[in-house]
Write a protein that binds this ligand. Structure first.
Ligand code: NOJ
Length: 582
């Protein structure tokens, strides 16, 4: 687990084209959801759900989730109100970085199924109006990929230049001081050809040389392969690391040491990340997606150094990523109204009305349930966070299990750690296993995730109470609240298309207005353990003197309150609608 966003921190330091002929695999794209209004692109109104495939649902009894497992759970996702799923890599891979080390871009790892399973998943998802986003790992391949095997075989192999090779520094050793995001030097020596190859991540993940046009061409063909099969878009991995400084200028160091290391200083990735060439490449990636029509989506795993830089990832003419990730909420370590208000406000200034992709949890960082929970009111806080994500002006990305309040379950013993980074820097860093434990479907053995003797990661103790079967029966559960909140969002023009206005500067309550001419909503999130109140300033609030409660994590909807004084229970999250003409 990368506590407090340590990974995030370490990772920091054209439409108008003709459509290609439909492939036999491609299904028609799903029609827009009933609640989706007007001409807005579909993703602006969508609720996204990230599926860490290894941990979602196992249908062949090997203890590892698979594609058929996702297909089997599509009805559940449809019921939940999910519009689009993002599936983490399922391609053939030695699984050193659990799929983020791809050894064949145009196939499915037998662990996860077959291409026919994938086609069926797409067809079944589209039948339910669910779009499918796949992960595109283009910065690096596995060292077992045939391209790298060829590249490393000799200095004059035609694919030598597909990767980043350099001579040792004068006097020996790596070409420069660049560190890998996962620790130690980013250079590994290859004794056969007596040069170093570069890898921003593990040594088993050599970086592709994006300056070589053949690499670009090959990767664009990979994209077309999946677009033809019907994927609705890509989440593009590690895009800030695409290009490196050709002069190999050394990176500056920070004073602090890397957690868990007595010798490695944290490095500021000045010359091997964020190169200007990246941004030109983003536009070119988008143009490939756009060959298949304006409905296909490009999401970037973007870690801008400052929030102000987020804007650049959309492209100067909005011709790069339609949805660059916005990790500012995910990096927030504590529940704090002022901090959330500021982060959202900064985002608003930067994106200027463009859709922004908000997330609170993912497969690289601690889950929000325990990161932002207080240990006493965790379920109530989880509902508050759900409501925040669904009511901000942005596109919400949920991580599997967030809807049932899954916790980060960090390994207690080194012997149990699966993520290599956790083994290397134990115990200061314990890897990312904690946020990747199997989905909790039932209270039965292995949480209903697998029939295998042992799942690939242990089932957290919370599965006894926090599981889909139990929680779907309980009208007060996080799960049922999640469904209600999604329903509210779908049926509310103000939440789908309204503007955003923060209300007040209360240190405990994060309150904001979302409105369209026909509807004004107040969202009040009490992020403290104290009862609090909102008094609406008639100059800022234009929803009238009376409000009706639409949803709350504490009380039943329907109640009417005066705008002069709206009391909130500890950690209460509520949406009120201004009563017209009041
Ligand atoms: C970002 C992914 O989210 C992470 O899981 C992976 O380890 C790195 N990129 C390398 O691909």
């Amino acid at each position: 687990m990368f506590t407090g966003g340590v990974l995030a921190e370490l990772l920091l330091s054209a439409a108008g084209c003709t459509m290609p002929p439909a492939s036999p695999h491609a299904d028609p794209p799903p029609p827009a959801h009933p609640g989706a209004a007007g001409d807005a692109p579909w993703w602006k109104h969508a609720v996204f759900y990230e599926i860490y495939i290894r941990s979602f649902y196992d249908t062949n009894g090997d203890g590892i989730g698979d594609l058929n497992g996702i297909t089997a759970k599509l009805d559940y996702l449809a019921e939940l109100g999910i519009d689009a799923i993002w599936i983490t890599p399922f391609y053939p891979s030695p699984q050193v970085d659990f799929g983020y080390d791809v050894s064949d871009y145009e196939n499915v790892d037998p662990e996860f199924g077959t291409l026919a399973d994938f086609d069926r998943l797409i067809a079944e998802a589209h039948r339910r109006h669910i779009r499918v986003i796949t992960d595109l790992v283009i910065n690096h391949t596995s060292d077992q990929h045939p391209w790298f095997r060829a590249s490393r075989s000799s200095r004059d192999n035609p694919q030598r230049d597909w990767y980043v090779w350099h001579d040792p520094a004068p006097g020996g050793g790596p070409p420069n001081n660049w560190a890998s995001a996962f620790g130690s030097s980013a250079w590994t020596y290859d004794a056969t050809t007596r040069q170093y190859y570069y890898h921003f991540f593990y040594p088993q993940q050599p970086d592709l040389n994006w300056r070589n046009p053949q690499v670009e061409r090959a990767m664009f063909d990979v994209m077309r392969f999946w677009l033809r099969r019907g994927v609705d878009g890509f989440r593009v991995d590690a895009i800030d690391a695409l290009f490196e400084d050709p002069e190999l200028r050394p990176n500056p160091y920070e004073a602090r040491l890397r957690p868990g290391s007595a010798t490695e200083h944290v490095q500021h990735f000045k010359y091997n990340k964020y190169r200007p060439e990246n941004f030109e490449e983003f536009r070119r990636l988008r143009s490939v997606v756009a060959e298949f029509g304006p409905e296909r989506l490009l999401i970037g795993e973007t870690y801008p150094r400052r929030i102000g830089e987020l804007r650049k990832y959309y492209g100067e003419h909005d011709d790069a990523f339609q949805l660059p990730f916005n990790f500012y909420l995910l990096r927030q370590p504590r529940l704090d109204a002022t901090a959330f208000r500021n982060k959202v406000q900064q985002t608003e200034w930067v994106v200027r009305g463009r859709p922004t992709a908000y997330a609170l949890s993912n497969h690289d960082d601690r889950r929000a349930y325990d990161r932002l929970g207080d240990g006493l009111h965790d379920d109530r806080i989880a509902k508050l966070l759900t409501l925040m994500l669904l009511t901000l002006r942005g596109v919400p990305f949920f991580y599997y299990g967030e809807e049932i309040g899954m916790t980060t379950t960090t390994p207690e013993r080194l012997a149990d750690v699966r993520d290599p980074i956790g083994r290397r820097y134990w115990p200061a860093q314990r890897g990312r296993d904690g946020e990747r434990t199997p989905m909790q479907w039932t209270a039965a053995r292995n949480a209903g995730f697998t029939t295998a003797q042992r799942p690939w990661l242990p089932i957290p103790p919370s599965a006894a109470t926090h599981n889909v079967a139990t929680m779907s029966q309980d009208p007060r559960s996080i799960l049922r609240f999640f469904e209600d909140a999604v329903r509210l969002r779908r049926s509310s023009a103000a939440l789908l298309d309204g503007d955003y206005r923060p209300l007040g500067e209360d240190p405990h309550v994060f309150a904001y207005q979302r409105s369209v001419p026909t509807q004004t909503l107040l969202i009040a999130l009490n992020m403290s353990r104290w009862p609090s109140a909102v008094r609406l300033d008639p100059i800022k609030w234009d929803g009238g003197a009376e409000l009706e409660l639409k949803i709350s994590n504490v009380r039943l909807p329907g109640q009417r309150v005066s705008a002069a004084w709206i009391s909130l229970a500890p950690y209460e999250a509520a949406v009120f609608e201004g009563v017209r003409g009041s």
